[in-house]
Design a protein around this ligand. Sequence first.
Ligand SMILES: Nc1ncnc2c1ncn2[C@@H]1O[C@H](COP(=O)(O)OP(=O)(O)OP(=O)(O)O)[C@@H](O)[C@H]1O
Length: 735
Amino acid sequence: MSDHPTPAGDVIERELAVEQAHIDAVYARLAEATRAAEQVATEGRSLFQTDRSSFVREEDGTGLYERDVFAFQSAKRLAVLDAEHEGLVFGRLDRTDGEVRYIGRIGVRDDDYEPLVIDWRARAAEPFYRATPSDPMEVIRRRVLRCRGDRVIGIEDDLLDSDHADTDLVVVGEGALMAALSRARGPRMRDIVATIQAEQDEAIRAPYQGVTVIAGGPGTGKTVVALHRAAYLLYSHRRRFENGGVLVVGPSRVFMNYIERVLPSLGEDSVILRAIGSVAADVLGFRAERVDPAELHAIKGSVRMLPLLRKLVDEPLAEQTAEQARLRVIVKGEVLILTPEKLARIRADVLRYHKLNQGRAAAEQAVLTALWERKPAEIEIEREEFDDLVTDQADYRSFIQSWWPSLTAVQVLGRLSDPGLAVRLADGLLTRAEAELLAGAYAENADWSVADTALLDELAAILGPVIEEAEPDPLLFLADGSEVSEVVTISDRTAVRRESDPFDLVHDTYAHVLVDEAQDITPMQWRMLRRRGGQASWTIVGDPAQSSWPDARESQEALDDLIGRAPNRRFRMSTNYRSPAEVFELAAKVVAQVEPNADLPRAVRHTDIEPILLAATPAEADRVLLDQVTELSGQVAGTIGVICPPSRIAHASQVLGHSELAGLADRINVVTPLEAKGLEYDAVVVVSPDDIVTESPGGVRVLYVALTRPTQRLVTIDLTAAGEPGAWRRALQEG
Ligand SMILES: Nc1ncnc2c1ncn2[C@@H]1O[C@H](COP(=O)(O)OP(=O)(O)OP(=O)(O)O)[C@@H](O)[C@H]1O
């Protein structure tokens, strides 16, 4: 923050006019470039397509186009920038050598290829984020420009090198960061490209190889840093990452909606954003949003499910009688039998080299060979005829159908709804109560949950894609005088089969996978993610102190396993940019009770407004909630989050929805702590903190998440029989 006298109004006006002149030049250049690019495109088209007499050699046309492709790309990018955001250019560096550099969301050059604006991701822009008074990096003054569209509306300066302050540089403003942090929050996260801090910049520009871990407490900018990192990787290794793909995974669809504007506002629209329940949609064809009750979610996410799923795949479809478990065929009057033991050996052999759904042909071959070996020598028959005789038998065909069926993941997982089967297969893996809980959940026939998608994805990987048995095409014979000039040939038929090659049907893969809220990714979900990033580099973002699930150890092991021996680097974000210091002090005390080693950041912004801690009896509860939300709606300009325990959310939504506050629905969000993960609101009302603690296996950590959502004001409402403070507040006093 600057500590210099505020210049007079006319000085500021003059500075604004100087900056406006440069911005005007940039926009004029872009308009010109767009026109030129459009003209080249039109001319190119007409030259190549219509006028053969004035034909231009193709390479000339390409050269013409390439020369302007940069301008054209810039113009295209500009079109996707969000007008709501600060404009295209946001920074200026005045260097000790007299050079002036403008920094913006994209790079723009003038006719002579001199930079008018430098892309924020370019090396030349680094001092804009890294320079400090102790290491000014040859920068005298750093200026942040606040623009709305193409108008400059404000400037904020930092004087970095006072040794050079004898120049006539004017220094204006109170510091861009504080101004940005105090602004009201809307429904979408904004980019921070104008105010990235040095420690954040290091994580953003870290090398792409291996695994980059970004840790830090709530509000330290982990999410927003990770998104800027995605944009940086695309800029600095565009070929690798644009072709290979970058996947960003977050906890829920609401969260993905919240962050979805950040990358387009940085001029990048080629990153795939997926909620964790949608990651397997490439294989499964559907996405899930329903979250299981905590206990069930923890079971389904546990790595103990893995052997259970494998056993489930191996389990015969139905209980078989001894008679059904063997294969019996008759060839030329001889009965040939394969025993269950022999069949089991064949099965194991085939599965060593094939996935179940792809092994059917190999298994049949092995069965036919085993039968052939049992054929008495005196029966004279060619192998081909023998095979035909066997495979024509109805008994053989029905045996193969039930012995080696084609199975989908959904069919297999659905079998766990049988409690007897679930308990038997889970023996030694889950407790009986856990197995019964699992079976009960599947028997309910609800739609698939977020945790189920990781299990289904695992099964799909074990089973392999189902191979559709192609109906043989009837051969087409030419009749005399037929109009048809070709017949379907054998090679056509085999070509069709090759088109549906099962190995083509695998999951999407990416060159970089970026996982947010990683502390909540279960081991089974890590496996699902790893399938999509077999050759990928990774950015992993999280805070264990905000974990919602009980078994942090299992998740950590899965993560350690992912990192393995890959090159990796860790960054810790140390400053909380979201919470006012007054609010974070309370939240930090709460989490320290259960997580004495929690990574607590420093909250930099003071509002002088203490959190309001209320208590109400059940009879007063609705009134108190309405009064508080009403009051907050006048005090803050942006969003209000009402964070409720799951048991109270329906009621709270109803109370607010039927009140005069219904008209403010676009500003008020009623959510559970899980749904509020990663989000923020100007003001937050936490309803019944004690219930939030008891209703989640994450306990106090989940309350910590709720308490760290506001950017301005926090109100908590305890609901107790006598209207006295809740247990969480008493614990604070005792602590
Ligand atoms: N350098 C910065 N300049 C301006 N705003 C910033 C900066 N860094 C972070 N912020 C803001 O701080 C808020 C918190 O950022 P973000 O949500 O990325 O934090 P987080 O570490 O992911 O939090 P949580 O762990 O609670 O999910 C956001 O509003 C973000 O825009």
